[in-house]
Design a protein around this ligand. Structure first.
Ligand code: HEC
Ligand code: HEC
Ligand code: HEC
Ligand code: HEC
Ligand code: HEC
Length: 169
């Protein structure tokens, strides 16, 4: 009996800590995305200043990819603006050094799935349906996982193509 209690306790703590470590990895993936090199506020630009998404994501209506904006788009406003901000100092430093801002990518689709922005935007699907309302959030986060059920569910409801080859080339 005296030997069993410590073993049971050890087993209990080992299981608990393994579970906690597992949760740690889970939270890392979904909650603590790597910080962006510059804290770019979407709510200020797309909300308060009322810029269209396409002002910065210039290819979203024309191609598969929305792309992140070239720095020249930022500098069209920030080159001469007198806003005191350490975040904008970082932006100006990249600009002076002629280095692109190394934005951290948030969304990415598995390689075996074909996705195209253009067709969805043309069909009138709102950005918010897939990305949430970006005019009210400071920082970009995933608001959903792009599972097959999510994609096919909407295709079925809208009579959009559902053949496997639509999305798996
Ligand atoms: C003034 C420029 C600007 C405007 C306007 C803007 N964005 Fe962005 N967007 C950025 C920049 C810069 C990034 C990359 C940095 C980041 O993720 O915060 C980005 C990132 C994103 C991402 C994440 C990309 C990834 O890595 O997966 C999404 C989604 C997005 N924007 C959607 C929108 C939507 C929707 C709108 C309109 C409601 C919008 N953006 C308006 C500049 C802009
Ligand atoms: C159409 C003009 C315009 C464009 C384009 C623009 N900005 Fe801004 N940005 C502003 C204005 C104006 C503010 C200040 C708004 C406020 O504080 O009310 C601002 C605020 C900011 C801030 C917050 C500063 C702080 O610390 O409060 C950052 C960071 C920033 N912009 C980065 C960027 C980046 C990066 C881009 C390009 C992807 C960009 N901006 C494109 C006009 C613009
Ligand atoms: C039907 C869902 C859907 C809609 C609608 C949608 N997106 Fe996306 N978006 C995605 C998916 C899926 C990805 C990941 C794509 C990949 O990895 O190829 C993505 C990626 C992005 C990225 C990262 C860069 C890139 O091009 O991959 C940005 C920026 C972005 N979206 C902005 C927008 C904007 C702005 C709109 C509205 C004009 C929009 N999205 C509408 C699903 C959507
Ligand atoms: C909110 C509804 C909705 C969601 C969510 C959605 N789609 Fe679509 N999708 C459509 C509609 C509507 C069309 C048909 C557009 C047309 O007829 O031009 C379409 C068309 C397509 C096409 C055909 C484009 C082409 O160039 O042939 C592909 C591929 C596609 N979607 C992939 C996806 C993937 C992958 C996802 C999940 C990340 C997704 N869709 C999520 C509504 C949606
Ligand atoms: C509208 C787009 C769409 C259509 C149509 C579609 N899929 Fe998918 N499929 C996806 C997406 C999105 C994923 C999830 C990718 C991920 O989890 O990263 C996926 C995942 C899968 C996977 C799992 C692979 C993995 O990552 O584990 C299989 C297998 C698969 N699809 C087969 C099919 C078959 C068979 C059909 C036809 C009956 C089909 N798909 C039709 C979008 C689609």
């Amino acid at each position: 009996m005296r030997n069993i209690v410590p073993i049971l306790l050890f087993g209990f703590f080992a299981t608990m800590s393994a579970a906690l470590m597992g949760f740690g990895a889970y939270w890392d993936t979904f909650e603590h995305a790597e910080p962006q090199p510059i804290a770019f506020p979407h709510d200020t630009h797309a909300g308060k200043l009322g810029l269209e998404c396409t002002h910065c994501h210039t290819s979203v209506e024309k191609s598969r990819f929305a792309t992140v904006p070239a720095m020249s788009i930022c500098m069209s406003c920030h080159e001469n603006a007198q806003i005191d901000s350490p975040e904008l100092d970082k932006l100006k430093e990249y600009w002076t050094n002629k280095e692109p801002v190394p934005w951290v990518r948030i969304h990415s689709m598995a390689d075996h799935v074909y996705f195209s922005h253009k067709r969805h935007i043309k069909a009138g699907v709102e950005c918010a349906t897939c990305h949430g309302d970006m005019t009210v959030v400071k920082e970009v986060k995933k608001v959903r996982t792009f599972s097959m059920g999510f994609c096919v569910g909407c295709h079925r409801a809208n009579n959009a193509p559902q053949e496997c080859s639509t999305c798996h080339k």
